[in-house]
Ligand binder design. Structure first.
Ligand code: HEC
Length: 147
């Protein structure tokens, strides 16, 4: 009896991941796929790497109290980048994506302005809030469904 119960328990435990992976055809990766084309993906990811470079410049600028570097780095990922998104990509981005993406570019713009006057510790903590936007979106979205 004990063996039967243990066996049934084991089988049910094992079957949970199996159904998640194979059964329904759904991916174990729960992020929403944007399904961009290869060319759109290349542009999209290049912008992402630019945002990472901006964060690098901002942190460097804060460390060295170089306001110009913070300003330039932040501007590179601000409104200009948002406006440069091609229409084909824009039309594929769900509202829930744009609700995070738009404000992220605005925060870079705000940081560029605040770089002129704010103390470095305030700039550092605002940068922390900005990077939280990156994390929130990365948690929710991916380019393609992995299968
Ligand atoms: C509105 C959504 C969104 C925001 C905000 C966002 N990202 Fe991304 N990012 C993505 C998606 C989607 C991918 C692709 C992930 C995947 O397919 O696995 C990505 C990928 C990346 C990559 C990988 C680039 C490559 O060449 O593979 C980097 C680096 C990156 N993001 C940096 C950042 C940084 C830094 C920030 C914040 C300043 C940021 N992202 C904000 C959605 C976002």
């Amino acid at each position: 009896m004990k063996h039967i119960i243990t066996g049934a328990l084991l089988a049910s435990l094992l079957s949970i991941p199996l159904t998640v992976v194979g059964g329904s055809g759904k991916s174990i990766d729960k992020r929403i796929a944007l399904n961009l084309t290869t060319a759109e993906t290349a542009d999209f990811l290049a912008e992402m790497r630019q945002m990472l470079a901006s964060i690098q410049g901002i942190i460097m600028g804060i460390g060295e109290e170089d306001r110009e570097l913070i300003y330039k780095s932040a501007r590179a990922s601000g409104g200009r980048m948002a406006r440069a998104t091609p229409d084909s990509v824009r039309s594929k981005l769900p509202p829930s994506f744009r609700e995070i993406g738009g404000p992220t570019h605005m925060m870079f713009e705000e940081l560029a302005i605040r770089a002129e006057t704010d103390d470095m510790d305030m700039l550092a903590s605002f940068t922390g809030q900005l990077v939280q936007q990156c994390l929130t979106c990365h948690e929710m979205f991916k380019i393609k469904t992995l299968q």
